[in-house]
Design a protein around this ligand. Structure first.
Ligand code: DC
Length: 217
């Protein structure tokens, strides 16, 4: 274990932006573990496997090859050798990832892959169970959060900037549903452990949140 940095928190709290900045400041790789669950959701969708069919998902995750690759510093996800990175960021796959992540076999398989990375090199990893399950022995554990309304506002702004249509109420409802699914699932749910530093970014800039973490590591 090379004292990697774990960052957990709910959807849309700014984890990935913060994690990327920490990784670049420290000169180490960033692993987005949500992308791995999203890739499994894409694999399920392509094979016509329902996001709620636990038996079929358990089988799927045993036979499909999930690979993380870096190209020019950017993380790519490969399923059976095919790059599916471009398909990960839709609302359907966001929901699908949250649903498939409830299945123990899916979580165990992906957690093992994440631990392999952390054993090999020091990384910054963000997700939902990094501090509580994947690398609980690291001293550098953070929980980045913000109010659901603030997270919906940020997502709304992002979509508008990308020229996409956005409805605040729908975005807020999606965020609340995903929070509930991720924190109430039976197996390895999202929570902030006692030994994890909580950083509420509702009234913080990204720079302030990054500084709060860097000052600890
Ligand atoms: O971080 P994200 O929004 O890309 O994650 C997508 C879903 O994947 C999230 O709603 C729950 C699941 N996930 C998880 O259960 N554990 C992780 N370490 C990362 C993501």
């Amino acid at each position: 274990m090379k004292q990697s940095i774990g960052i957990d928190g709910p959807a849309g709290a700014g984890k990935s932006t913060i994690a990327k900045r920490i990784a670049s400041a420290l000169g180490i790789p960033y692993l987005d573990t949500g992308a791995m669950y999203r890739a499994v959701a894409v694999a399920a969708k392509r094979r016509g496997v329902s996001f709620t069919d636990e038996d079929a998902l358990t089988h799927l995750v045993g036979v499909v090859d999930v690979e993380v690759r870096y190209e020019n510093g950017a993380q790519h996800m490969l399923i059976d050798g095919e790059d599916v990175t471009g398909e990960l960021r839709t609302e359907e796959i966001s929901q699908g990832a949250s649903l498939v992540s409830r299945v123990p076999a899916v979580r165990d398989r992906l957690s093992d892959l994440q631990r392999e990375v952390a054993h090999r090199e020091r990384v910054v990893m963000d997700g939902r169970d990094i501090c509580t399950n994947v690398i609980p022995d690291t001293p550098y554990k953070f929980f980045v959060t913000a109010s659901a309304e603030e997270r919906a506002n940020r997502r709304m702004k992002q979509l508008v900037e990308q020229g996409q249509s956005a409805h605040y109420d729908t975005i807020l409802a999606d965020i609340i549903r995903r929070d509930k699914q991720d924190s109430e699932r039976a197996y390895k749910p999202l929570y902030c452990g006692d030994d994890t530093k909580k950083i509420d970014t509702t009234n913080l800039t990204i720079e302030e949140a990054v500084e709060a973490i860097l000052s600890e590591v």
